[in-house]
Design a protein around this ligand. Structure first.
Ligand SMILES: [Zn+2]
Length: 286
């Protein structure tokens, strides 16, 4: 149950269409440009259901070694579902660029204060990508200070190659910094990333919705998507694509109800670096 809050009628954090999350997805043949704005991911254990192309939240708890505590989860017991895997989500600044990942606003215009268009988007991925990002963090430090060019080699499975840039576009000028940080803060407040990662079924719903009590088919090795958001995942499979979209709408509705839940931005932070401490980062950079 989300807490209520009072909003003055001139509150600028409320945005039209705030219920709709934008998901960052690579498009084959296009180089994108993004900057990670969160310094921590929100992560849960999920199962991928091939039949419907959706991610469902695992109902078991896990210890630090990843061993399941308890046996409540019907998906864990169903051999057709595969083992639960960790899925991460965080907010990124997704710049509007040309196909080579170059900003659409010229450097000259940017220096004069014109902000290159962007969207604050949710990016979801699995542990493999997390490990890559960790390596980049070790090499480059605060990843909010550099952009990544992102090349997509496989759209369906969201195989992405990240190329670190020297700087972050959004930190180039005061205008851009102020613009992106206020958009980020508003999005952070409006968005409950946990709910966007997977469908939250009860055990009964899971069995029913995914028909888990039916005889499991012969096991075959499935190329599992890189735990990226399900939207548009199955371009060649109309049926499951529809399902994905349907699910997203539902989640967006839930999101509206829970708008106020994330007042405390630091909820998911494990580290010593506050997630939303952009002001500090900006101050450091002048
Ligand atoms: Zn499970």
């Amino acid at each position: 149950m989300s807490k209520s809050r009072k909003l003055n009628l001139d509150d600028e954090t409320v945005k039209e269409g705030a219920g709709q999350a934008t998901f960052f997805r690579g498009k084959k043949g296009t180089t994108h440009r993004i900057c990670l704005l969160d310094t921590a991911t929100t992560a849960i254990m999920v199962h991928y259901h091939r039949g419907t192309g959706q991610y469902v939240r695992c109902l078991n708890d896990f210890d630090e070694d990843g061993d399941a505590l308890g046996a409540e989860c019907p998906a864990c017991k169903n051999r057709d579902m595969g083992a639960p895997r960790q899925k991460h989500g965080l907010l990124v600044c997704w710049y509007e660029t040309d196909k080579r990942g170059e900003p659409i606003v010229s450097e000259k215009a940017r220096k004069k204060g014109k902000v290159n268009p962007y969207e604050i988007a949710v990016w979801t991925f699995g542990d493999d990508k997390f490990c890559q990002l960790r390596a980049f963090k070790r090499e480059h430090g605060d990843l909010r200070k550099i952009d990544f060019k992102v090349e997509c080699t496989d759209e369906q499975f969201q195989r992405l190659t990240l190329i670190p840039c020297k700087t972050a576009l959004w930190m180039e000028t005061k205008h851009a910094k102020a613009d992106v940080s206020s958009a980020y803060k508003a999005e952070k407040q409006a968005r409950d990333i946990e709910r966007l990662l997977a469908k939250d079924y009860t055990a009964e719903e899971m069995v029913e919705e995914l028909a888990l009590d039916e005889e499991a088919e012969d096991e075959e090795d499935v190329d599992m998507p890189d735990l990226n958001d399900e939207k548009g995942e199955s371009d060649d499979d109309e049926e499951s694509e529809d399902e994905g979209e349907e699910e997203e709408e539902e989640e967006d509705e839930e999101d509206d109800e829970e708008d106020s839940e994330s007042d405390d931005d630091d909820e998911s932070d494990g580290g010593d670096e506050p997630d939303d401490d952009l002001d500090k980062a900006l101050a450091e950079l002048g």
